[in-house]
Design a protein around this ligand. Structure first.
Ligand code: ASP
Length: 322
């Protein structure tokens, strides 16, 4: 009978290939990265962000500049109620914004619960490029933004947001609505003509959230993850479930070990639906790999992504678990 001690001894004498699960030795080497330019963004309104990103990529620009400027288009749209200062406020009536960016070198920057700054994605970019940190939150993020020349906007809600918030206050009932208005966070992934990948994600978060609540979008590995050797992923939907499963990181790691972007997105959704059988909420993922393949999957029908591949624009509906 083998004692624990002799078992450990035997293990240490065994060749490494017998001890390590095969999966740990697997590594995808995409020898031919896609170099025609590829951009994908969550939801149909991502098409506008793709247009801007394509202007940069088609001229040989970098993916990181493309995604920053791409999602900024949506932040600048005062009529978008889930991204930027036009976004629905929290339950105290305050609009707080989250954003994250990751470049091809694995650098990352993010801001959480930022108030009164029009372009949180550009603040996140500055956190990435000009500080030794990854995340700045709330007043600290705002102070940093002002120090970098960002304008402090007035504390106000758009007319539409103000009306929706006052309506919500009547019941003050917190219940996420599936595919809320059919558009949410913008997450954008881009691969430039050098074959380098970057990603960005920006949101006003869940409408009528508790003040101070931060979702998945600005958390590296949850709402966004990029590994230039493998691919990238981003998400939209009820961030709490993406946070608890680190969905974007999971997708990239699955792709590293041979999953297609589609299979990886499906697996990430299944992790959520298996662990949390209460499924009355939406989560959707999009992903791309280094070879230029894409994937998307969501819990409920209704999720989609906008694509620009070598300048050709399409919209792709996600398959869904339910
Ligand atoms: N994922 C975002 C959050 O939880 C919201 C969304 O995409 O609808 O903050």
């Amino acid at each position: 009978m083998s004692t624990r001690r002799s078992f450990i001894k035997n293990i240490s004498l065994a060749p490494a290939s017998l001890i390590l699960p095969t999966i740990l030795s697997a590594d995808n080497n995409y020898s031919t990265p896609y170099k025609e330019g590829l951009i994908i963004s969550t939801w149909d309104f991502g098409a506008k962000a793709n247009e801007k990103a394509w202007e940069i990529i088609s001229k040989g620009g970098k993916a990181v500049d493309a995604v920053e400027n791409g999602v900024k288009e949506i932040e600048n749209d005062p009529n978008n109620t889930s991204v930027g200062l036009g976004g629905f406020p929290d339950r105290d009536g305050i609009v707080t914004l989250d954003a994250a960016i990751m470049d091809e070198k694995g650098n990352a920057g993010s801001v959480c619960a930022l108030q009164r700054i029009k372009n949180p994605i550009s603040v996140a970019r500055k956190v990435m490029d000009e500080t030794p940190h990854v995340i700045l939150v709330s007043e600290g993020a705002q102070k940093f933004a002002i120090s970098k020349g960002f304008k402090l906007e007035k504390q106000k809600r758009s007319t539409v947001s103000d009306k929706a918030w006052k309506e919500w206050l009547k019941k003050s009932e917190y219940k996420p609505i599936i595919n809320f208005e059919m558009h949410d966070t913008i997450g954008q992934l881009a691969m430039d003509k050098n074959g380098d990948i970057s990603g960005a994600c920006t949101t006003s978060g869940l409408a009528f959230k508790m003040h101070g609540r931060v979702g998945d979008s600005p958390i590296i590995g949850a709402g966004l993850y990029v590994d230039n050797e493998v691919g990238a992923a981003t998400s939209s939907g009820l961030g709490e479930y993406v946070l608890k499963t680190l969905g974007s990181f999971l997708i990239v790691e699955l792709m590293r070990f041979g999953y297609s972007p589609q299979a990886a997105c499906e697996e990430a959704v299944k992790r959520i639906t298996k662990k949390y059988p209460y499924r009355e909420f939406q989560v959707g993922f999009i992903a791309m790999n280094k070879a230029g393949e894409t994937g998307t999957f969501s819990i409920h029908p209704g999720f989609e992504f906008a694509q620009c591949r070598a300048g050709v624009v399409t919209n792709v509906k996600a398959g869904s678990f339910l």
